[in-house]
Structure formats: structure tokens, C-alpha cells
Design a protein around this ligand. Structure first.
Ligand code: AMP
Ligand code: TRP
Length: 337
């Protein structure tokens, strides 16, 4: 039976945090058993805001190592670097020319990020979702596992494929591009900041204590959790709108400890924050320790990692070139002799 195709990616910017892990990477690990899975490190996206050229290559490699450390298995999936596959930039250009500007100006993440850049907003930042659409559409992806914040970008990719490419350029009943579905798991889709339970945990938050990075040491994890925002109630509970911090930490605790939310709700119903935090800290350190060990092994001897990326590149090149050719043919480009 032909497996459905999955594609996803994370930017190699800053340190990958537990929101990226629980909202995105963790889902890929399950999907690779049953789906034809491609995951990439989206380094072209990382330069849409000012970046440090001295760090880019290292952070790209480090992000790929995190994929493997979190359980991505090169025997079951292809792992590659976005900028190594030139079809991404090429399809992005073609899609740019058929995507209305006003679709882009509506993108919530663009508006949020643009505010932070002041006068220095690049065209790349506005174009970010079109490049993401190219990433997805090149691989005929059926499913795109992402966190809640990427839903609007997925809708854009669907609209570009269906309304701008298939509707305008495809012969009847022979779509050129597959229209992908987002896969947003409820559990973990939105991990909130440790310092404000109403804000998403984010790489770009100025406050380091707002997030736990996958590579944080046990001491640092302990310190951050000690500082995490609490309230004055005794007993933690899910889904109380005036207690977003309790909901967030219980949610994270339930996922990383592998316990059902119902059991966690009972376990924590009568305990205060002072008792909960050490439990939570312990569970976090235990969950991250195997990831960190594997990560360190991979980075100390990157031979395995670079081989995985070479193999991923070959597979990605094959699939993406075929799609790019289909699009270029449909748009009437010169085919050469
Ligand atoms: P980014 O940090 O923007 O590169 O995001 C990489 C992936 O992690 C995307 O699929 C996001 O949707 C997901 N993600 C980022 N932050 C969170 C969060 N706080 N909770 C859940 N998922 C997240
Ligand atoms: N924009 C995504 C994010 O910030 C990263 C990304 C780029 C992506 N291309 C993708 C995710 C393709 C899924 C599929 O998280």
C-alpha cells in the first residue's frame, strides 16, 4: 500500500524548546512508522530576519541532530537541509508570481514579526509563507504536522495549490499539485510560556526563563521551573480560564510523563505549587536526558549525521525535481532541447 506523505520542518534559529518538541517534532516521530516522512531544517526561513552568518551552519547541523536525538530514524524517514535543495527557492519564485499580495498582508505571524523588526522588514519576511508553501507542495505532501500557530500558513499553501495552480493551469481532473492537510494535534499544539500562561512559548521571547530548551542542563531546568509563574491557589487544575499557568504546566507534565490528563488531574488536585514544581522538574529532566545524551553523541562525531543528511538530500532532490518539472511544464516554460 502506498503510504501517505508527511512533510515538516523547524527553523534553525536559537535553541529548540519544548514547545517545538511537543508541538511538532514529537508528532513526526510517531508518523514516520506509518507515513512516508520528509523533515527538513528550514534554513532559508531563518534568514528572513537578521541572522548571524557565523552561527547559521552550526545551528542548522545542531537542529538536524535534535531531530535524530528526539527519535527521528533515518531508516524510516528522510532528513534534509532546505537550502541544499534548490527547487525550494525556484518554486517559491514561481508561486510568488501567482500569489496575490493581499493574501500575504493578512498573515498574522508576518504582522507580529514585522512589528519587532521596526524599519527593517525584509521582503523575505513577507514572503516567508510562500516559501513554506513551496516546501510543502514540492513533496506532494498529504499531511503537515505543525503547531497551532502555523495553521494560517497551511491554509495559504492549500489556497495557492488549489486556486492559483490547479484551478488556473491544470487540465480537468489532473491536478498539478496535491492540496495538503494540516495535522495539528490538540495535545501539545500550544505550549505556553513559563512566565506568562497566556503567551505562546517562543524562541524569540527576550526572557530566557519563559522557555525550557531541549539542551538545558538539569540545573538550569530546575532554576527556570522554580521561577515559573504560579498563582495563590492550592491544588492544580486543567481548563480554569483564570489559571492559565496551572493548565499549561499540567498539560506539559501529562505529556512528558506519559500519564493520562485524568490521572494527572487527580494526582495534582490537592497539592500546592511547592510540591508540584519538584515533581514537574524531575519529570522534565528525565524526559530530556536521553535526548541530550543522543544529541551529544551525534555532535561529538558528526560523521553519522552528515551521512544521514547526504542520503536525505538525494531523496529530497528526486521528489522535488519531479514536482518542479510538472509545475514548469504546466506554466509553459521552455523545455530545452
Ligand atoms: P518555530 O519555533 O517557529 O521554528 O516553530 C517550529 C515548529 O514548532 C512549528 O511547527 C510550530 O508550530 C511549533 N511550535 C513553536 N512554538 C510552539 C509552542 N509554543 N507550542 C507548540 N508548538 C510550537
Ligand atoms: N514556518 C514553520 C514554523 O515556523 C517552519 C516551516 C517552514 C515549516 N517550512 C515548513 C513547517 C514546511 C512545516 C512545513 O514553524
Amino acid at each position: 500500500m502506498i503510504q501517505k506523505r508527511v512533510l515538516s520542518g523547524v527553523q534553525p534559529t536559537g535553541s529548540i524548546h519544548i514547545g517545538n518538541w511537543l508541538g511538532a517534532i514529537r508528532n513526526w516521530v510517531d508518523l514516520q512508522d506509518t507515513h512516508d516522512t520528509f523533515v527538513c531544517v528550514v534554513d532559508l526561513h531563518a534568514i528572513t530576519v537578521p541572522h548571524d552568518p557565523k552561527k547559521l551552519a552550526n545551528e542548522t547541523l545542531s537542529t538536524a541532530a535534535i531531530y535524530l536525538a528526539c527519535g527521528m530514524d533515518p531508516k524510516k524517514c528522510s532528513i534534509f537541509i532546505q537550502s541544499e535543495i534548490t527547487a525550494h527557492s525556484e518554486l517559491c519564485w514561481i508561486l510568488n508570481c501567482i500569489t496575490p499580495l493581499n493574501w500575504m498582508e493578512r498573515m498574522i505571524q508576518f504582522k507580529e514579526k514585522a512589528i519587532k523588526q521596526g524599519d527593517n522588514v525584509s521582503i523575505g519576511l513577507l514572503d516567508y509563507p510562500v516559501l513554506m508553501a513551496a516546501d510543502i507542495l514540492l513533496y506532494d505532501s498529504d499531511l503537515v504536522p505543525v503547531g497551532e500557530d502555523q495553521k494560517q500558513h497551511l491554509e495559504l499553501a492549500r489556497d495557492i495549490a488549489a486556486q492559483r495552480i490547479n484551478a488556473k493551469f491544470a487540465k480537468k481532473d489532473h491536478p498539478i499539485l496535491k492540496v495538503p492537510q494540516p495535522l495539528i494535534l490538540k495535545n501539545g499544539a500550544k505550549i505556553m510560556s513559563l512566565t506568562d500562561g497566556t503567551k505562546k512559548m517562543s524562541k524569540s521571547d527576550q526572557n530566557e526563563n519563559s522557555r525550557i530548551s531541549l539542551l538545558d542542563s538539569p540545573d538550569l531546568i530546575t532554576k527556570k521551573i522554580k521561577k515559573a509563574k504560579t498563582d495563590s491557589e492550592i491544588g492544580l487544575e486543567f481548563n480554569n480560564p483564570i489559571r492559565p499557568e496551572a493548565n499549561n504546566l499540567l498539560n506539559i507534565y501529562s505529556i512528558i510523563s506519559g500519564k493520562d490528563p485524568e490521572d494527572v488531574a487527580i494526582e495534582c488536585k490537592n497539592i500546592g505549587w511547592g510540591k508540584f514544581k519538584p515533581l514537574f522538574t524531575e519529570a522534565m529532566i528525565t524526559a530530556l536526558s536521553p535526548i541530550q545524551n543522543k544529541y551529544n553523541d551525534l555532535m561529538n562525531d558528526p560523521y553519522e549525521l552528515t551521512n544521514v543528511l547526504k542520503e536525505g538530500k538525494i531523496k529530497a532532490e528526486e521528489v522535488s525535481q519531479e514536482t518542479l518539472k510538472k509545475v514548469k511544464n504546466a506554466l509553459g516554460f521552455y523545455k530545452g532541447s
